[in-house]
Design a protein around this ligand. Structure first.
Ligand SMILES: [Zn+2]
Length: 110
């Protein structure tokens, strides 16, 4: 399985540090996320991708998904949080200056 921490360790570490300080209750949920696919749009620089939670512990709650802007280095991902307690994913519209996320996605998904 393509765990986020294996596929893009730099992003994982940045996100982990952010969650530890701002959303400590969500931080453990990051460790069991897998990356399922990259966005299928036409933009070659698009860095968006989908994640899925693999731990049953974090899948129980249904409800409205809220989006929160974050400020992680240059990428500013938007966090998707369901029912205030469950990390459902991110929306990333930017990449690190050196194209890290795109490279990681390219390596795995082509
Ligand atoms: Zn896209």
């Amino acid at each position: 399985m393509d765990y986020l921490h294996e596929l893009m360790p730099r992003f994982y570490i940045n996100m982990k540090r952010y969650l530890d300080s701002e959303w400590p209750e969500l931080s453990p949920q990051l460790d069991t996320l897998i990356v399922t696919r990259r966005c299928g749009c036409e933009d070659p620089n698009c860095t968006d991708f989908s994640v899925k939670q693999t731990s049953n512990k974090y899948q129980k709650q249904k409800g409205v998904i809220h989006y929160y802007d974050t400020s992680i280095q240059e990428i500013h991902p938007t966090l998707a949080i369901q029912g205030d307690n469950y990390l459902k994913g991110f929306e990333i519209t930017n990449d690190y200056r050196d194209g890290y996320i795109n490279r990681c996605l390219e390596k795995r998904f082509g």
